[in-house]
Design a protein around this ligand. Structure first.
Ligand code: SF4
Length: 670
């Protein structure tokens, strides 16, 4: 059924087994050669799982191009030899691998940064120095050197990073290039930098070595490239010797989301299709492609020659193998949450994956099969994220697992999350777990509140009973206008037109979005909301935002002083904050709740240095998102056979990442 996805392809003289390319993603293992063993294990596991082509995280061609101080660098023969561990490991699994060369330009997080001009980026604290004409030449040479070294290191080719707003984009766009010499002033001159890089790299490496170029299809910044310029550039790069085009959408500083879960799947594939029509070399589609069905459809409609997935291969290294073996329903799908991958990378931590905590820990978190005589009888109580992960991981090792769930369906907090518009992907995680439980033969008992009697005879009991919402102590909390967030999300009650949401953590934000939208946005509405246009003349593809009329008046309130939403994810929080702003949600910090009655919610706002202000929010509905408490009835302190995980262990913040990791770590040791 996935014939196109599984069809081989030749690129620049290198044969790939299929059309799945693992896109470049910085994991944090690239920065020190002492971590190359772990990097090799991580990439080799993806090659073993059948991935057709792997692209490494970005390596700078020189110190000025570092992303971070003393970050990943490919500038010496000594460095190249260290990469042998990586290339050999991938080749041993019959994989193909490219080294990505990335010069961060003004996105570098260190004082030596250089750019086309001296303009500071809005997302980094350092101001770059403009490269001199000689500096530009030396930078081109550095790319060439890195490409030669990649060949020496055994790579099948390189990818030149020309998207997401890094140095090459900074040359290409008038937004960041005010030069008046041979490298700026007109669109043609701004293009010279990448064209020279590709031309000289090709000359240096010869034929039979992939020279990929990752093209920014849409800059999504003011004064970015127009579509017509993108096409002109593509043709020049093709003539200069590029073997294929990877694609990227949006600079890192762009204020349009491009990969988070609320972005519709394959939202930008029309642009890939347009590029494909203009060039002869293969084009790779990217961004929010996370299932084999979406990928196959893109290939079937000839919108691309390959599909790029980075996060989906963190989530499941066996993605391709499962497709090949007709087990696509067992794929652990990336839900585009960014919580353990990009949020980690941007916080300078090693990347992993919320739904697959083994990602990046291939050598240390291993689920080894247990010999028959060591197989145990394990009861898992609670079918939320922690319980599901514990049950599946334990069963994968060969233990006999019984899963008790007191509700009529599995899923716990995930089942609530998937009702939030833009978070429907959580349904995939449930599909994955339910299918794995079935395949592994786990005894699932729904509608069963496990009693101590039920748990007798098990060698181990895993308490994953989760949380219950905390009811705050507010006079009038029993008023009929009050509803707990879980009941609202389950559809037990329809909110009125004016709603106050108490608690502005992750759940408060989710609930606000749930109140504002009735379903996941369709692509044209989504583009209108964020101001994305396909007009070929518009620089950066960016136009005015046209957010939809909000369905309700929503107030989002917290006790803590403003600003609200500070604790949201590093790479996703701004999207939620922008969505609520566009929907005219009023954010109220420093609030204390006086009472609830027929008039609405009475509160007092105490901002430092100001007189306290009393307000009545005349609302029809008040939704409580004021934290949660652990459900711990089955916890037995001092009992070595009883393990407590997930929300039952710590309820402070709902944290599926911690819950699944904790469950998997437990399963690895029991
Ligand atoms: Fe995907 Fe989330 Fe895993 Fe990142 S952490 S790979 S976004 S599921």
């Amino acid at each position: 059924a996935f014939d196109r996805l599984l069809a081989p392809i030749d690129i620049g003289g290198v044969r790939l087994a299929n059309r799945v390319a693992m896109g470049s993603m910085h994991t944090g293992f690239e920065d020190r050669s002492k971590d190359f063993g772990r990097l090799a294990a991580y990439l080799a596991e993806r090659a073993e799982g059948g991935t057709g082509l792997i692209v490494t995280g970005g390596f700078a061609p020189n110190v000025e191009g570092w992303l971070l101080p003393a970050g990943s660098l490919m500038a010496t023969r000594r460095a190249a030899h260290k990469h042998r561990a990586v290339t050999d490991a991938v080749h041993a699994q019959d994989g193909r691998i490219l080294l990505q060369i990335l010069h961060a330009g003004r996105y570098g997080y260190h004082p030596f940064i250089r750019s086309a001009s001296g303009r500071k980026s809005p997302i980094t604290p350092f101001r770059p120095r403009a490269l001199s004409a000689g500096g530009v030449e030396r930078t081109v040479d550095a790319f060439v050197r890195a490409a030669r070294l990649a060949k020496l290191a055994g790579y099948d080719g390189i990818e030149i990073m020309g998207s997401e707003g890094y140095l090459i984009n900074q040359f290409l766009a008038a937004h960041t290039n005010d030069r008046t010499d041979a490298w700026g002033g007109t669109a043609e001159k701004r293009m010279r930098f990448p064209v020279e890089i590709v031309r000289r790299v090709r000359e240096a490496v010869g034929a039979g070595f992939v020279v990929g170029y990752r093209m920014s299809l849409l800059d999504l910044v003011e004064n970015g490239q127009t579509w017509d310029e993108v096409v002109t550039l593509a043709r020049k790069l093709q003539d200069a010797g590029a073997s294929m085009f990877g694609t990227g959408i949006g600079w890192h500083e762009a204020r349009v989301p491009t990969i988070v879960t609320s972005v519709p799947r394959a939202a930008f594939v029309d642009w890939t299709a347009r590029l494909k029509r203009e060039v002869e070399i293969p084009v790779i589609a990217s961004n929010r492609i996370n299932t084999p069905d979406v990928a196959e459809e893109i290939l079937e409609h000839e919108q691309a020659d390959l599909v790029q997935m980075a996060r989906p291969l963190l989530a499941d290294p066996d993605f391709v193998r499962k497709v090949r073996e007709d087990r696509a329903d067992e794929i652990n799908t990336c839900i585009a949450c960014n919580q353990a991958c990009l949020d980690h990378t941007f916080a300078n931590k090693k990347a992993s994956c919320l739904v697959n905590p083994r990602a990046g820990r291939e050598t240390s978190l291993v689920l080894l099969p247990v010999p028959k005589k060591r197989q145990r009888r394990i009861a898992v109580v609670g079918g939320g994220p922690a319980g599901l992960a514990a049950a599946v991981s334990s069963a994968e090792r060969g233990h006999h697992v019984t899963l008790f769930e007191r509700g009529e369906q599995l899923g716990g907090q995930f089942r609530l999350a998937m009702r939030i518009p833009g978070k429907e992907e959580f349904a995939e995680t449930l599909r994955y777990y339910e299918r794995r439980l079935e395949v592994l033969g786990v005894d699932v008992r729904l509608d069963t509140s496990a009693s101590e009697q039920d748990l007798e005879g098990f060698d181990d009991v895993v308490v994953a009973t989760g949380v219950r919402p905390r009811v705050p102590d507010i006079p009038g909390i029993d008023h009929p206008s009050v509803v707990m967030y879980d009941a609202l999300l389950r559809g037990e009650l329809e909110a009125g037109r004016r709603v106050a949401v108490i608690g502005a953590g992750g759940i408060g934000y989710d609930v606000s979005e749930f109140l504002l939208e009735d379903q996941h946005k369709k692509l044209p509405d989504w583009q209108a909301q964020w101001g994305v246009t396909d007009d070929p003349q518009v620089p950066g593809g960016l136009t005015r935002k046209h957010p939809a009329e909000p369905r309700r008046q929503v107030y989002l309130i917290q006790r803590k002083p403003a600003p609200l939403g500070k604790g949201l994810g590093k790479t996703t929080g701004w999207v939620h904050r922008a969505a609520l702003k566009d929907a005219q949600v009023e954010l109220i910090g420093s609030a204390s709740y006086d009472r609830i009655d027929d008039a609405g919610l009475h509160l007092t706002v105490r901002r430092s240095g100001q007189t306290p202000q009393s307000r009545v929010l005349e609302v029809d509905t008040i939704v409580i998102c004021a934290g949660q408490e652990s459900v711990r009835e089955l916890v037995r302190d001092g009992d070595a056979g009883r393990h407590v995980i997930g929300g039952a262990d710590v309820a402070a913040e709902l944290d599926a990442k911690r819950a699944i990791a904790q469950a998997t770590e437990l399963a690895a040791t029991v």
